[in-house]
Design a binder for this molecule. Structure first.
Ligand code: PMP
Length: 395
């Protein structure tokens, strides 16, 4: 009866469904080994501990846990987050429904039609999905194996005045790349010099395989006086992605505005879930992150060995020191979306690299996730990927 399309807001013209969601549908076919989704290993979820925590929370604070609560978040959880960051008080912390919500709220607060945002190329696809509805204009800064190239960033900042720089210095999604300390310092210094704030997405903070966690950009900015970094992280890669509890931290005048925006979105993050996370953050989290690191390191090693065995002649890849992903380059001129078709015929899946590039480059790249696959699936799946690539090369 209605022509719905004609009624949608103009910004909807720019919104497409995520390439990853579409691919995940394919990967649910029976028999497919998937390295596509960025899913944590379900066998490491603290199910028993969560059950006990749920019991504790419900018996001690049942009515509170089931009630509406403040937009800012569960006070003890805000204190816990603030205590882990230098010179930070709980009123600088907003608990969000996943860090995906933090991306949306930050986008809503800063980005108007045509406003420039600096992103790494490639960058986290979910951030592009969060910022695009606000009609962001992306300034893509190239990366090398050590993360965003700061000299290229500086060239960009000489010519443009972006609203902020979206940075993933630690075990980046999608590449797994990690920025060393000296580059982190340079990035923070350049951003301050040009007075452009940084939004630091630190979803993979705990997943350093060596256990050595480098200072965050937020921390380094504090050493220079602070106030130029908005920081976000999440429990999704450690305790549970399904409970949707994360946080964003920044200057009070920013956080108070984010709170106003969140009120209009979902009033607050589920009270019960925040209480559960608070319980587990204090008890289970430190031990759990060691287990996760060890498991993911093993799976990374298996994937590297399988790649060496089955794709050494045809592809290049990195050796990530943390996180859940590695990044593969196939010969220039090949398209990983075409490879995916061959791969699905062979019953293996991954995510093609192009959607992570705001400028449409990266056709010969792809993301492999090692966190969620069993050792056997890694061996068999990478062998199948090698077969798929060779069949594409012989077309
Ligand atoms: N940022 C990055 C870099 C991510 O990889 C993810 C999850 N894929 C998120 C944010 C969103 O995570 P969540 O909303 O579950 O906290």
């Amino acid at each position: 009866m209605n022509n719905w399309e004609s009624r949608f807001a103009g910004r909807m013209g720019r919104i497409k469904s995520s390439a990853i969601r579409e691919i995940l549908k394919v990967t649910q076919q029976p028999g497919i080994i998937s390295f596509a989704g960025g899913l944590p290993a379900p066998d490491l979820f603290p199910v028993e501990q969560m059950r006990r925590a749920a019991d504790t929370v419900l018996s001690q604070h049942g009515a509170l846990a089931l009630q509406y609560s403040t937009t800012e978040g569960h006070p003890p959880l805000r204190e816990w987050v603030a205590a882990g960051l230098p010179n930070t008080t709980p009123d600088q912390v907003l608990i969000t429904s996943g860090s995906q919500q933090a991306l949306d709220l930050v986008g809503k607060l800063f980005i108007g039609p045509g406003d420039a945002v600096v992103v790494e190329s490639p960058t986290y696809l979910g951030a592009l999905q969060a910022f695009t509805p606000y009609e962001a204009a992306y300034l893509a800064v190239p990366m090398d194996q050590g993360g965003m190239v700061v000299e290229a960033l500086e060239e960009t900042l000489k010519q443009h005045q972006p609203k902020f720089i979206y940075a993933l210095p630690s075990f980046q999604n999608p590449t797994g790349r990690h920025m060393d300390l000296s580059r982190r310092k340079k990035l923070v210094e350049v951003a301050r010099r040009y007075a452009v704030p940084i939004l630091e997405d630190d979803a993979y903070h705990h997943l350093a395989f060596s256990g050595q966690i480098l200072p965050t950009l937020y921390e380094l900015d504090q050493e220079l006086g602070g106030g130029n970094v908005i920081y976000q992280s999440t429990f999704s890669k450690t305790l549970s992605p399904g409970l949707r509890v994360a946080w964003v931290v920044g200057p009070r005048e920013v956080v108070s505005r984010l709170v106003q925006l969140k009120q209009g979105v979902d009033l607050h993050t589920p009270t019960f879930n925040q209480m559960l996370m608070y319980e587990l953050a204090q008890t289970v989290l430190p031990e759990l992150v060691v287990k996760i690191r060890n498991t993911y390191r093993e799976r990374r090693d298996l994937m590297l060995a399988a790649l060496e065995q089955h794709l050494a002649k045809e592809a290049h890849w990195n050796k990530p020191e943390g996180g859940m992903f590695l990044w593969l380059e196939i010969p220039e001129g090949l398209d990983s979306a075409e490879l995916l078709k061959k791969a699905v015929e062979q019953k293996v899946a991954f995510v093609p690299g192009q959607p992570f590039h705001p400028d449409g480059s990266g056709a010969n790249t792809l993301r492999l996730s090692f966190s969620n696959a069993s050792p056997e699936d890694i061996r068999v799946g990478i062998e199948r990927l090698g077969r798929a690539l060779r069949s594409l090369l012989t077309v």
